[in-house]
Ligand binder design. Structure first.
Ligand code: DQA
Length: 146
C-alpha cells in the first residue's frame, strides 16, 4: 500500500507550556491534546502528522529543511515569538518548496504592536490565526486540500 502523505506540525518557543500558559489567551488545551486531535483528524483525511516542538530557533530551521528532504506535503508552523523576529525562519521557508502554513492560536493583529510584524507570514503560503486550538485543525484541512 502507498505510504500516506506526511504533514509536519512544527511548534516554537513556549508552546510546550500550553494548558498553563496564559490560558485566557491560548486556551486550556495542552500541545499533547492538540496533537492527539490532529492525529485523529489526519487519519480521517488519509494523512499522517508529525508534531514537534522546540524552544530553539535552529531546530525549527533544521525541521523545515527536513520536511522538504523527507518529502512532507506541507508544514503547519506556529513559530511562537520567532514569528515576529526570525529572518532565519523567513529564509528557510523561502528556501524550501514545501508549502508552509502559518498558524497561531491567538490573533497577533489584535494584540501588542510588536506582534503585528510576521516574518513567517511574509514567506508562508497562508495564515490561520485567532481560532484557538481550532486554528491547527483548519490549517490541516487547508493542507489536505493543497
Ligand atoms: C502565538 C502568538 C505569538 O505572538 C506568541 O509569541 C506565541 C504564540 C500564538 O499561537 O498565538 O508564542 O504564536
Amino acid at each position: 500500500m502507498a505510504e500516506k502523505p506526511v504533514i509536519y506540525v512544527l511548534n516554537g518557543p513556549n508552546l510546550n507550556l500550553l494548558g498553563t500558559r496564559e490560558p485566557e489567551i491560548y486556551g486550556a488545551d495542552t500541545l499533547d491534546d492538540i496533537a492527539g486531535r490532529l492525529e485523529d483528524q489526519a487519519q480521517a483525511l488519509g494523512l499522517v502528522v508529525d508534531v514537534r516542538q522546540s524552544n530553539h530557533e535552529g531546530h525549527l530551521v533544521d525541521w523545515l529543511h527536513e520536511a522538504q528532504a523527507m518529502g512532507a506535503k506541507a508544514v503547519l508552523l506556529n513559530a511562537g515569538a520567532f514569528t515576529h523576529t526570525s529572518i532565519a525562519l523567513y529564509d528557510s521557508i523561502k528556501a524550501i518548496k514545501t508549502p508552509v502554513i502559518e498558524v497561531h492560536l491567538s490573533n497577533p493583529h489584535t494584540r501588542e504592536s510588536f506582534r503585528h510584524k510576521s516574518y513567517v507570514g511574509e514567506a508562508a503560503k497562508g495564515t490561520i490565526a485567532g481560532f484557538g486550538a481550532l486554528s491547527y485543525a483548519l490549517a490541516l484541512d487547508a493542507a489536505a486540500k493543497l
